[in-house]
Write a protein that binds this ligand. Structure first.
Ligand SMILES: [Zn+2]
Length: 314
């Protein structure tokens, strides 16, 4: 089968179709989405080698009869179900987990992928492939609400108007809170205007005013800016991994008693539900689509600054 492999260089190649193990289903890919994490992996993040990709919609073509023919999305953390974190009901923090297309498990940018049926979610007919391919990042955005109580009286600021930042802003405004998005360039302004989400200019930020600040930049400057924005006793949510080690005034965290919360993967069922209800605009976030055979061009496009979601059609 054709697969997009990274092993020091990114290339489309032929590899054996996966052989199913106990409890797995064979998924035939329909659509994939390129995430910033995929771009980071091709720069050496996690020392990953193998098939990339963790945002996908697929059809089950082999496996347990109850799944056959179903259109599905899949949780990316493969847990052992047995460690202390799994027993606490937190499989996404399993001590021995593998992660689809990121660590220890083949990714989705191939014609076929084997995945445990425990991780599958059926996609309702009303949710299109173009919407369903956003379930994984949308679930990650929803995870903010698992960790922070956002009151409808709160002032919330999202830093980073990229893919995850824009999904996070759309999720956060469902709480009724006032949500603003910090932009560094103009590319996101038409979308924010369309959604009637106010944009804040990076050089004109209200210092120490926000109840909740969500940093989706993944860079040290974003982290420092987020710390400047949050008010005393406010909450700072870190949503992106950092390529570097951010330096910031952590004394402010102590003196102003700022809560700092890390946040990663989230609830797939809730993400599917929001999409089915039409509460999240994903269509406007699609920058470009490419046939899978042109995946290398798709990655080139995704690397261009300010590019929103690039999709792969299988
Ligand atoms: Zn575990």
């Amino acid at each position: 089968m054709r697969a997009l492999v990274f092993d020091g260089e990114l290339r489309l190649t032929d590899i054996p179709t996966p052989v199913l193990q106990q409890g797995q289903a064979l998924l035939k890919m329909r659509r994939g989405g390129i995430c910033n994490t995929d771009l980071e992996l091709t720069r050496g993040y996690m020392g990953f080698s193998g098939v990339l990709g963790h945002e996908f919609v697929a059809e089950v073509v082999e496996g347990p009869s109850e799944w056959l023919g179903q259109r599905v999305v899949g949780e990316i953390n493969i847990a052992d179900g047995d460690c202390d974190m799994c027993r606490l009901g937190v499989p996404s923090q399993c001590r021995h987990r593998a992660t689809v297309g990121i660590n220890g498990h083949q990714g989705a940018f191939a014609e076929y992928m084997a995945l445990t049926t425990r991780n599958l979610y059926a996609v309702p007919d009303e949710v299109s492939d173009d919407q369903a391919v956003f379930v994984e990042p949308l679930a990650a955005a929803l995870q903010i609400l698992e960790a922070v109580h956002v009151s409808p009286r709160d002032r919330v600021v999202v830093i980073g108007a990229g893919k995850l930042g824009l999904l996070s802003a759309q999720v956060l405004r469902l709480t009724g809170a006032e949500v603003q998005v910090v932009v560094r360039s103009d590319h996101a302004l038409p979308l924010l205007n369309k959604w009637r989400l106010p944009a804040l200019r990076a050089d004109d930020l209200p210092v120490n005013q926000a109840d909740v600040v969500v940093d989706c930049t993944g860079n040290a400057a974003g982290f420092a800016a987020a710390l400047d924005l949050v008010k005393p006793r406010g909450t700072l949510v870190l949503k992106s991994t950092y390529a570097d080690l951010p330096q910031a005034n952590l004394t402010r965290v102590v003196v102003d008693e700022v809560r700092v919360i890390g946040s990663r993967c989230g609830p797939f069922a809730a993400a599917l539900s929001l999409l089915r209800q039409g509460l999240i605009d994903t269509q406007a976030m699609i920058a470009m689509r490419y046939p899978f055979e042109q995946a290398l061009s798709a990655f080139d496009r995704a690397f261009q600054p300010g590019t929103l979601k690039v999709l792969l059609d299988f």
